[in-house]
Write a protein that binds this ligand. Structure first.
Ligand SMILES: NC(=O)c1ccc[n+]([C@@H]2O[C@H](COP(=O)([O-])OP(=O)(O)OC[C@H]3O[C@@H](n4cnc5c(N)ncnc54)[C@H](O)[C@@H]3O)[C@@H](O)[C@H]2O)c1
Length: 446
Protein backbone atom coordinates (compact mmCIF):
# COMPACT_ATOMS: atom_id res chain seq x y z
CA UNK A 1 0.00 0.00 0.00
CA UNK A 2 2.92 2.33 0.71
CA UNK A 3 4.29 1.73 -2.78
CA UNK A 4 0.87 2.29 -4.36
CA UNK A 5 0.60 5.57 -2.43
CA UNK A 6 4.09 6.61 -3.51
CA UNK A 7 3.47 5.84 -7.17
CA UNK A 8 -0.12 7.11 -7.38
CA UNK A 9 -0.20 10.50 -5.58
CA UNK A 10 -3.78 11.15 -6.70
CA UNK A 11 -5.07 7.98 -4.97
CA UNK A 12 -5.79 8.22 -1.26
CA UNK A 13 -4.62 5.09 0.59
CA UNK A 14 -6.02 4.37 4.05
CA UNK A 15 -4.32 1.51 5.89
CA UNK A 16 -6.56 0.21 8.68
CA UNK A 17 -5.76 -2.51 11.20
CA UNK A 18 -7.30 -3.78 14.43
CA UNK A 19 -3.89 -3.66 16.12
CA UNK A 20 -3.41 -0.14 17.57
CA UNK A 21 0.31 -0.67 18.37
CA UNK A 22 1.06 -1.53 14.77
CA UNK A 23 -0.89 1.46 13.47
CA UNK A 24 0.88 3.76 15.94
CA UNK A 25 4.27 2.41 14.86
CA UNK A 26 3.51 3.14 11.19
CA UNK A 27 3.23 6.82 12.19
CA UNK A 28 6.81 6.85 13.54
CA UNK A 29 10.27 6.21 12.08
CA UNK A 30 10.36 2.84 13.90
CA UNK A 31 8.13 0.94 11.48
CA UNK A 32 6.67 -2.32 12.80
CA UNK A 33 8.57 -4.32 10.18
CA UNK A 34 12.20 -4.03 9.16
CA UNK A 35 12.48 -3.85 5.40
CA UNK A 36 15.30 -2.06 3.50
CA UNK A 37 14.07 1.10 1.74
CA UNK A 38 10.56 0.99 3.21
CA UNK A 39 10.91 3.96 5.56
CA UNK A 40 11.82 6.26 2.66
CA UNK A 41 8.76 5.15 0.69
CA UNK A 42 6.47 5.59 3.70
CA UNK A 43 7.92 9.00 4.53
CA UNK A 44 7.35 10.27 1.01
CA UNK A 45 3.64 9.41 1.01
CA UNK A 46 2.68 9.56 4.71
CA UNK A 47 0.34 12.46 5.46
CA UNK A 48 0.08 13.23 1.72
CA UNK A 49 -2.02 10.34 0.44
CA UNK A 50 -1.02 7.53 2.82
CA UNK A 51 -2.84 7.38 6.15
CA UNK A 52 -2.90 4.88 9.02
CA UNK A 53 -5.86 4.37 11.31
CA UNK A 54 -7.72 1.90 13.51
CA UNK A 55 -11.06 3.30 12.30
CA UNK A 56 -11.86 0.37 10.02
CA UNK A 57 -15.50 1.37 9.40
CA UNK A 58 -14.50 4.81 8.15
CA UNK A 59 -11.85 3.21 5.93
CA UNK A 60 -14.46 0.91 4.41
CA UNK A 61 -17.02 3.70 3.91
CA UNK A 62 -14.58 5.98 2.11
CA UNK A 63 -13.07 3.35 -0.18
CA UNK A 64 -13.86 2.47 -3.78
CA UNK A 65 -11.44 -0.42 -3.65
CA UNK A 66 -10.64 -2.48 -0.52
CA UNK A 67 -7.61 -4.76 -0.21
CA UNK A 68 -8.05 -7.56 2.32
CA UNK A 69 -4.50 -8.24 3.54
CA UNK A 70 -5.16 -9.93 6.88
CA UNK A 71 -3.28 -12.96 8.14
CA UNK A 72 -4.24 -16.46 6.95
CA UNK A 73 -2.27 -18.79 9.24
CA UNK A 74 -2.47 -22.57 9.26
CA UNK A 75 -5.43 -23.75 11.34
CA UNK A 76 -4.51 -24.82 14.86
CA UNK A 77 -7.86 -26.41 15.72
CA UNK A 78 -10.71 -28.52 14.37
CA UNK A 79 -11.18 -29.72 10.80
CA UNK A 80 -8.05 -29.25 8.70
CA UNK A 81 -5.94 -28.56 11.82
CA UNK A 82 -2.24 -28.24 10.94
CA UNK A 83 -2.96 -28.03 7.19
CA UNK A 84 -5.85 -25.85 6.01
CA UNK A 85 -5.63 -22.06 6.02
CA UNK A 86 -7.55 -20.39 8.83
CA UNK A 87 -9.90 -18.03 7.02
CA UNK A 88 -11.46 -16.60 10.18
CA UNK A 89 -9.86 -13.18 9.76
CA UNK A 90 -10.74 -12.97 6.07
CA UNK A 91 -14.35 -13.87 6.77
CA UNK A 92 -14.59 -11.32 9.59
CA UNK A 93 -13.24 -8.66 7.23
CA UNK A 94 -15.76 -9.60 4.52
CA UNK A 95 -18.66 -9.48 6.99
CA UNK A 96 -17.56 -6.09 8.25
CA UNK A 97 -17.27 -4.73 4.71
CA UNK A 98 -20.76 -6.05 3.88
CA UNK A 99 -22.23 -4.49 7.01
CA UNK A 100 -20.63 -1.07 6.63
CA UNK A 101 -20.56 -0.51 2.85
CA UNK A 102 -23.17 1.89 1.45
CA UNK A 103 -21.67 2.23 -2.05
CA UNK A 104 -20.42 -0.27 -4.63
CA UNK A 105 -16.91 -1.61 -3.93
CA UNK A 106 -14.18 -3.63 -5.57
CA UNK A 107 -12.85 -6.06 -2.94
CA UNK A 108 -9.34 -7.34 -3.62
CA UNK A 109 -7.98 -10.52 -2.05
CA UNK A 110 -4.39 -9.61 -1.27
CA UNK A 111 -3.99 -12.26 1.42
CA UNK A 112 -2.91 -15.68 0.14
CA UNK A 113 -6.03 -17.79 0.04
CA UNK A 114 -7.10 -21.28 -0.97
CA UNK A 115 -8.62 -21.79 -4.37
CA UNK A 116 -12.27 -20.74 -4.58
CA UNK A 117 -12.15 -18.48 -1.54
CA UNK A 118 -13.20 -15.52 -3.66
CA UNK A 119 -16.47 -17.35 -4.25
CA UNK A 120 -17.06 -17.58 -0.48
CA UNK A 121 -16.17 -13.93 0.02
CA UNK A 122 -18.56 -12.94 -2.75
CA UNK A 123 -21.34 -15.04 -1.20
CA UNK A 124 -20.85 -13.38 2.20
CA UNK A 125 -20.73 -9.92 0.66
CA UNK A 126 -23.78 -10.40 -1.57
CA UNK A 127 -25.97 -12.09 1.01
CA UNK A 128 -25.25 -9.89 4.01
CA UNK A 129 -25.06 -6.45 2.40
CA UNK A 130 -27.88 -3.99 1.79
CA UNK A 131 -28.11 -4.10 -1.97
CA UNK A 132 -24.59 -2.81 -2.54
CA UNK A 133 -22.75 -4.40 -5.52
CA UNK A 134 -19.35 -6.01 -4.96
CA UNK A 135 -16.74 -7.24 -7.41
CA UNK A 136 -14.15 -9.59 -5.94
CA UNK A 137 -10.64 -9.78 -7.41
CA UNK A 138 -7.69 -11.99 -6.57
CA UNK A 139 -4.39 -10.09 -6.59
CA UNK A 140 -1.84 -12.27 -4.79
CA UNK A 141 1.37 -10.71 -3.54
CA UNK A 142 4.66 -12.13 -4.80
CA UNK A 143 7.12 -9.89 -2.91
CA UNK A 144 9.89 -11.53 -0.90
CA UNK A 145 10.62 -10.24 2.59
CA UNK A 146 14.03 -8.56 2.77
CA UNK A 147 13.69 -7.27 -0.81
CA UNK A 148 10.02 -6.23 -0.62
CA UNK A 149 10.45 -2.65 -1.83
CA UNK A 150 12.55 -3.48 -4.88
CA UNK A 151 10.26 -6.42 -5.68
CA UNK A 152 7.24 -4.11 -5.55
CA UNK A 153 8.88 -1.37 -7.60
CA UNK A 154 10.03 -3.80 -10.29
CA UNK A 155 7.80 -6.85 -10.11
CA UNK A 156 8.38 -9.79 -12.49
CA UNK A 157 4.61 -9.68 -12.90
CA UNK A 158 1.42 -8.52 -11.24
CA UNK A 159 -1.40 -11.06 -11.27
CA UNK A 160 -5.05 -10.03 -11.27
CA UNK A 161 -7.82 -12.62 -11.36
CA UNK A 162 -11.48 -11.75 -11.70
CA UNK A 163 -14.85 -12.98 -12.81
CA UNK A 164 -15.24 -13.14 -16.57
CA UNK A 165 -18.40 -10.99 -16.52
CA UNK A 166 -18.69 -7.34 -17.70
CA UNK A 167 -18.50 -6.13 -14.05
CA UNK A 168 -15.64 -8.52 -13.27
CA UNK A 169 -13.64 -7.43 -16.33
CA UNK A 170 -14.23 -3.76 -15.49
CA UNK A 171 -12.93 -4.37 -11.96
CA UNK A 172 -9.83 -6.09 -13.37
CA UNK A 173 -9.23 -3.03 -15.56
CA UNK A 174 -9.66 -0.66 -12.60
CA UNK A 175 -6.96 -2.47 -10.61
CA UNK A 176 -4.76 -2.78 -13.70
CA UNK A 177 -4.90 1.02 -14.02
CA UNK A 178 -3.53 1.38 -10.46
CA UNK A 179 -0.49 -0.83 -11.12
CA UNK A 180 0.02 0.63 -14.59
CA UNK A 181 1.23 3.84 -12.88
CA UNK A 182 4.63 2.12 -12.63
CA UNK A 183 4.39 -1.47 -13.94
CA UNK A 184 4.56 -2.03 -17.73
CA UNK A 185 1.16 -3.32 -18.88
CA UNK A 186 2.65 -6.46 -20.44
CA UNK A 187 3.74 -7.47 -16.94
CA UNK A 188 0.21 -7.29 -15.60
CA UNK A 189 -1.34 -10.71 -16.09
CA UNK A 190 -5.11 -10.97 -16.11
CA UNK A 191 -6.72 -14.36 -15.42
CA UNK A 192 -9.88 -15.96 -14.18
CA UNK A 193 -10.31 -15.92 -10.39
CA UNK A 194 -9.34 -19.46 -9.52
CA UNK A 195 -6.26 -19.49 -11.73
CA UNK A 196 -4.98 -16.47 -9.86
CA UNK A 197 -5.62 -17.98 -6.43
CA UNK A 198 -4.00 -21.27 -7.44
CA UNK A 199 -0.99 -19.55 -9.04
CA UNK A 200 0.06 -18.07 -5.71
CA UNK A 201 0.02 -21.42 -3.92
CA UNK A 202 1.76 -23.04 -6.87
CA UNK A 203 4.50 -20.39 -7.06
CA UNK A 204 5.36 -20.86 -3.40
CA UNK A 205 5.22 -24.65 -3.72
CA UNK A 206 7.65 -24.56 -6.69
CA UNK A 207 10.05 -22.19 -4.91
CA UNK A 208 10.08 -24.26 -1.73
CA UNK A 209 10.44 -27.43 -3.78
CA UNK A 210 13.69 -26.16 -5.30
CA UNK A 211 15.12 -25.55 -1.82
CA UNK A 212 14.06 -28.98 -0.59
CA UNK A 213 15.46 -30.56 -3.75
CA UNK A 214 18.92 -29.04 -3.31
CA UNK A 215 18.81 -29.74 0.44
CA UNK A 216 18.08 -33.40 -0.27
CA UNK A 217 21.17 -33.45 -2.49
CA UNK A 218 23.21 -31.76 0.27
CA UNK A 219 22.74 -34.85 2.45
CA UNK A 220 23.95 -37.04 -0.41
CA UNK A 221 26.94 -34.72 -1.01
CA UNK A 222 28.02 -35.11 2.59
CA UNK A 223 27.82 -38.89 2.27
CA UNK A 224 29.76 -39.00 -0.99
CA UNK A 225 32.53 -36.35 -0.86
CA UNK A 226 30.75 -34.03 -3.28
CA UNK A 227 30.22 -30.29 -2.77
CA UNK A 228 26.64 -29.02 -2.94
CA UNK A 229 27.66 -25.51 -4.06
CA UNK A 230 29.58 -27.02 -7.00
CA UNK A 231 26.60 -29.21 -7.88
CA UNK A 232 24.21 -26.23 -7.62
CA UNK A 233 26.46 -24.15 -9.87
CA UNK A 234 26.84 -26.96 -12.38
CA UNK A 235 23.11 -27.58 -12.69
CA UNK A 236 22.12 -23.90 -12.34
CA UNK A 237 24.03 -22.97 -15.51
CA UNK A 238 21.57 -25.15 -17.43
CA UNK A 239 19.18 -22.52 -18.77
CA UNK A 240 16.26 -24.90 -18.31
CA UNK A 241 17.01 -25.07 -14.56
CA UNK A 242 18.42 -21.60 -13.84
CA UNK A 243 20.59 -20.51 -10.90
CA UNK A 244 18.06 -19.09 -8.42
CA UNK A 245 16.80 -20.82 -5.27
CA UNK A 246 19.52 -23.45 -5.41
CA UNK A 247 21.38 -22.41 -2.26
CA UNK A 248 21.49 -25.24 0.22
CA UNK A 249 20.82 -24.25 3.82
CA UNK A 250 19.59 -25.29 7.22
CA UNK A 251 16.06 -25.25 5.76
CA UNK A 252 13.55 -22.68 4.60
CA UNK A 253 11.41 -20.65 6.99
CA UNK A 254 9.10 -17.68 6.70
CA UNK A 255 5.40 -17.27 7.12
CA UNK A 256 4.40 -18.42 3.66
CA UNK A 257 6.13 -21.47 2.19
CA UNK A 258 5.09 -24.05 4.75
CA UNK A 259 1.59 -22.70 5.27
CA UNK A 260 0.88 -22.40 1.55
CA UNK A 261 2.15 -25.91 0.77
CA UNK A 262 0.14 -27.37 3.66
CA UNK A 263 -2.84 -25.58 2.23
CA UNK A 264 -2.16 -27.02 -1.23
CA UNK A 265 -1.84 -30.49 0.29
CA UNK A 266 -5.14 -30.05 2.12
CA UNK A 267 -6.86 -28.89 -1.05
CA UNK A 268 -5.56 -31.86 -3.03
CA UNK A 269 -6.81 -34.25 -0.37
CA UNK A 270 -10.14 -32.44 -0.33
CA UNK A 271 -10.49 -32.82 -4.08
CA UNK A 272 -9.64 -36.56 -3.92
CA UNK A 273 -6.06 -36.34 -5.21
CA UNK A 274 -3.99 -38.18 -2.57
CA UNK A 275 -0.99 -38.78 -4.86
CA UNK A 276 -0.69 -35.07 -5.62
CA UNK A 277 -1.05 -34.26 -1.92
CA UNK A 278 1.72 -36.72 -0.95
CA UNK A 279 4.02 -35.31 -3.64
CA UNK A 280 3.89 -31.77 -2.21
CA UNK A 281 3.84 -32.93 1.40
CA UNK A 282 7.31 -34.37 0.84
CA UNK A 283 8.68 -30.83 0.31
CA UNK A 284 7.77 -30.02 3.93
CA UNK A 285 9.04 -33.35 5.23
CA UNK A 286 12.41 -32.77 3.56
CA UNK A 287 12.61 -29.31 5.12
CA UNK A 288 11.89 -30.69 8.60
CA UNK A 289 14.55 -33.34 8.00
CA UNK A 290 17.13 -30.70 7.03
CA UNK A 291 16.56 -28.67 10.23
CA UNK A 292 16.68 -31.82 12.38
CA UNK A 293 19.77 -33.11 10.56
CA UNK A 294 21.63 -29.86 11.24
CA UNK A 295 20.84 -29.96 14.98
CA UNK A 296 21.75 -33.65 15.16
CA UNK A 297 25.03 -32.95 13.39
CA UNK A 298 25.91 -30.41 16.08
CA UNK A 299 25.10 -32.84 18.90
CA UNK A 300 26.88 -35.74 17.23
CA UNK A 301 30.02 -33.70 16.48
CA UNK A 302 30.22 -32.36 20.02
CA UNK A 303 30.94 -35.91 21.20
CA UNK A 304 27.26 -36.88 21.31
CA UNK A 305 26.26 -34.45 24.00
CA UNK A 306 25.64 -30.74 24.26
CA UNK A 307 24.43 -30.95 27.85
CA UNK A 308 25.52 -27.79 29.70
CA UNK A 309 27.62 -26.75 26.71
CA UNK A 310 27.37 -23.22 25.43
CA UNK A 311 26.25 -23.05 21.79
CA UNK A 312 26.29 -19.65 20.09
CA UNK A 313 23.60 -19.14 17.45
CA UNK A 314 24.22 -16.35 15.00
CA UNK A 315 20.92 -15.27 13.48
CA UNK A 316 17.31 -15.88 14.43
CA UNK A 317 15.41 -14.23 11.55
CA UNK A 318 14.23 -16.65 8.87
CA UNK A 319 16.48 -14.86 6.40
CA UNK A 320 18.67 -11.78 6.22
CA UNK A 321 17.36 -8.21 5.99
CA UNK A 322 14.14 -8.93 7.84
CA UNK A 323 13.12 -9.11 11.49
CA UNK A 324 10.47 -11.71 10.65
CA UNK A 325 11.03 -14.95 12.55
CA UNK A 326 7.96 -16.92 11.57
CA UNK A 327 8.86 -20.61 10.98
CA UNK A 328 12.55 -19.72 11.15
CA UNK A 329 14.90 -22.71 11.22
CA UNK A 330 16.46 -21.09 14.32
CA UNK A 331 13.38 -21.97 16.37
CA UNK A 332 13.54 -25.67 15.58
CA UNK A 333 17.32 -26.00 15.74
CA UNK A 334 17.42 -24.34 19.16
CA UNK A 335 14.50 -26.44 20.36
CA UNK A 336 16.42 -29.62 19.45
CA UNK A 337 19.53 -28.32 21.21
CA UNK A 338 17.59 -27.28 24.31
CA UNK A 339 16.04 -30.77 24.44
CA UNK A 340 19.61 -32.02 24.79
CA UNK A 341 20.16 -29.50 27.62
CA UNK A 342 22.42 -27.12 25.71
CA UNK A 343 22.82 -23.55 26.87
CA UNK A 344 21.98 -21.56 23.73
CA UNK A 345 23.19 -17.96 23.28
CA UNK A 346 21.69 -16.06 20.38
CA UNK A 347 22.70 -12.91 18.56
CA UNK A 348 20.60 -11.41 15.75
CA UNK A 349 21.04 -7.83 14.51
CA UNK A 350 17.30 -7.16 14.11
CA UNK A 351 15.24 -9.60 16.16
CA UNK A 352 14.31 -8.52 19.70
CA UNK A 353 14.61 -10.99 22.59
CA UNK A 354 10.86 -11.00 23.17
CA UNK A 355 10.23 -12.41 19.68
CA UNK A 356 12.73 -15.22 20.26
CA UNK A 357 11.11 -16.25 23.55
CA UNK A 358 7.63 -15.96 22.03
CA UNK A 359 8.71 -18.25 19.16
CA UNK A 360 10.07 -20.88 21.53
CA UNK A 361 7.16 -20.65 23.96
CA UNK A 362 4.76 -21.16 21.05
CA UNK A 363 6.17 -24.68 20.55
CA UNK A 364 5.16 -25.55 24.14
CA UNK A 365 8.10 -27.96 24.43
CA UNK A 366 8.94 -26.56 27.87
CA UNK A 367 7.72 -23.81 30.16
CA UNK A 368 8.42 -20.14 29.40
CA UNK A 369 10.56 -20.02 32.57
CA UNK A 370 12.68 -22.93 31.34
CA UNK A 371 13.11 -21.30 27.94
CA UNK A 372 14.27 -18.10 29.62
CA UNK A 373 16.75 -19.99 31.78
CA UNK A 374 18.20 -22.04 28.91
CA UNK A 375 18.28 -19.47 26.10
CA UNK A 376 20.25 -16.24 26.48
CA UNK A 377 19.94 -13.35 24.07
CA UNK A 378 23.07 -11.28 23.42
CA UNK A 379 23.26 -7.85 21.87
CA UNK A 380 26.61 -8.46 20.20
CA UNK A 381 28.09 -11.53 18.51
CA UNK A 382 31.33 -11.55 20.49
CA UNK A 383 29.50 -12.01 23.81
CA UNK A 384 27.38 -14.76 22.28
CA UNK A 385 30.50 -16.64 21.12
CA UNK A 386 32.70 -16.11 24.22
CA UNK A 387 33.44 -19.46 25.94
CA UNK A 388 31.18 -21.27 23.47
CA UNK A 389 31.89 -24.86 22.48
CA UNK A 390 30.34 -24.30 19.08
CA UNK A 391 28.87 -21.64 16.82
CA UNK A 392 25.90 -22.27 14.52
CA UNK A 393 25.25 -19.82 11.68
CA UNK A 394 21.50 -19.84 11.09
CA UNK A 395 20.76 -16.59 9.18
CA UNK A 396 22.90 -15.33 6.28
CA UNK A 397 23.31 -11.76 7.63
CA UNK A 398 26.12 -10.02 5.69
CA UNK A 399 27.73 -8.73 8.89
CA UNK A 400 28.65 -12.29 9.93
CA UNK A 401 31.10 -12.47 7.02
CA UNK A 402 33.20 -9.62 8.40
CA UNK A 403 33.31 -10.54 12.09
CA UNK A 404 36.75 -10.74 13.70
CA UNK A 405 36.91 -14.52 13.52
CA UNK A 406 40.43 -14.66 15.05
CA UNK A 407 39.13 -12.83 18.10
CA UNK A 408 36.14 -15.15 18.31
CA UNK A 409 38.33 -18.24 18.01
CA UNK A 410 40.55 -16.93 20.81
CA UNK A 411 37.59 -16.54 23.14
CA UNK A 412 36.05 -20.00 22.55
CA UNK A 413 36.45 -23.39 24.23
CA UNK A 414 38.62 -25.81 22.23
CA UNK A 415 38.14 -27.62 19.96
CA UNK A 416 36.23 -24.64 18.54
CA UNK A 417 33.45 -25.97 16.30
CA UNK A 418 31.63 -23.91 13.71
CA UNK A 419 28.53 -25.11 11.86
CA UNK A 420 27.76 -22.95 8.85
CA UNK A 421 24.07 -23.51 8.13
CA UNK A 422 24.16 -21.07 5.21
CA UNK A 423 27.59 -21.66 3.68
CA UNK A 424 28.39 -17.95 3.82
CA UNK A 425 31.82 -17.98 5.47
CA UNK A 426 35.29 -18.64 4.07
CA UNK A 427 35.81 -22.11 5.47
CA UNK A 428 39.45 -22.43 4.43
CA UNK A 429 40.33 -19.23 6.30
CA UNK A 430 38.43 -20.42 9.35
CA UNK A 431 40.24 -23.76 9.31
CA UNK A 432 43.57 -21.91 9.10
CA UNK A 433 42.57 -19.98 12.22
CA UNK A 434 41.94 -23.31 13.94
CA UNK A 435 38.15 -23.80 13.73
CA UNK A 436 36.68 -27.25 13.14
CA UNK A 437 34.19 -26.35 10.40
CA UNK A 438 31.09 -28.23 9.34
CA UNK A 439 29.35 -26.82 6.27
CA UNK A 440 26.12 -28.05 4.76
CA UNK A 441 26.57 -30.35 1.77
CA UNK A 442 30.37 -30.41 1.82
CA UNK A 443 31.40 -34.06 1.80
CA UNK A 444 35.09 -33.34 1.34
CA UNK A 445 35.66 -31.44 4.57
CA UNK A 446 37.17 -34.36 6.56
N1 LIG B 1 4.66 -11.60 4.52
C1 LIG B 1 4.86 -11.86 3.25
O1 LIG B 1 5.98 -11.83 2.75
C2 LIG B 1 3.70 -12.21 2.35
C3 LIG B 1 3.94 -12.32 0.96
C4 LIG B 1 2.88 -12.64 0.14
C5 LIG B 1 1.64 -12.86 0.68
N2 LIG B 1 1.44 -12.75 2.02
C6 LIG B 1 0.10 -13.00 2.54
O2 LIG B 1 -0.44 -11.79 3.03
C7 LIG B 1 -1.29 -12.04 4.16
C8 LIG B 1 -0.83 -11.20 5.34
O3 LIG B 1 0.52 -11.56 5.65
P1 LIG B 1 1.39 -10.69 6.66
O4 LIG B 1 2.74 -11.32 6.68
O5 LIG B 1 1.27 -9.25 6.35
O6 LIG B 1 0.60 -11.02 8.04
P2 LIG B 1 0.60 -10.20 9.41
O7 LIG B 1 0.08 -11.15 10.43
O8 LIG B 1 1.95 -9.58 9.61
O9 LIG B 1 -0.43 -8.99 9.19
C9 LIG B 1 -1.82 -9.16 9.14
C10 LIG B 1 -2.47 -7.95 9.80
O10 LIG B 1 -3.88 -8.06 9.66
C11 LIG B 1 -4.48 -7.47 10.82
N3 LIG B 1 -5.87 -7.93 10.95
C12 LIG B 1 -6.33 -9.18 11.27
N4 LIG B 1 -7.67 -9.20 11.24
C13 LIG B 1 -8.10 -7.96 10.90
C14 LIG B 1 -9.38 -7.37 10.69
N5 LIG B 1 -10.49 -8.08 10.84
N6 LIG B 1 -9.43 -6.07 10.35
C15 LIG B 1 -8.29 -5.36 10.19
N7 LIG B 1 -7.08 -5.85 10.37
C16 LIG B 1 -6.95 -7.14 10.71
C17 LIG B 1 -3.58 -7.93 11.94
O11 LIG B 1 -3.73 -7.13 13.09
C18 LIG B 1 -2.19 -7.79 11.29
O12 LIG B 1 -1.61 -6.54 11.55
C19 LIG B 1 -1.22 -13.56 4.39
O13 LIG B 1 -2.30 -14.16 3.74
C20 LIG B 1 0.07 -13.95 3.72
O14 LIG B 1 0.07 -15.29 3.30
C21 LIG B 1 2.45 -12.40 2.86
Amino acid sequence: MAVIAQKCPEIKVNVVDINPERIAAWETDELPIYEPGLLEVVKEARGRNLFFSTDIEKGISEADMIFISVNTPTKTYGMGKGRAADLKYVELSARQIARVAKTNKIVVEKSTLPVRTAQSIKAILDETSNGVKFSVLSNPEFLAEGTAVTDLLKPDRVLIGGEQTPEGLAAIEALTDVYAHWVPRERIIQTRLWSSELSKLTANAFLAQRISSINSISALCEATDADVDEVAHAIGTDSRIGPKFLKSSVGFGGSCFQKDILNLVYLCEHFGLPEVAAYWDQVIKMNDYQKRRFAQKIIHTLFNTVSDKKIAMLGWAFKKDTNDTRESAAIYVSDHLLNDHASVHVYDPQVPAKSMYADLNYLETRSPEENRAMLTVNTNPYDACKDAHAIAIITEWDEFKTLDWKRIFGSMKKPAFLFDGRNILNHEELRKIGFKVYAIGKGHQG
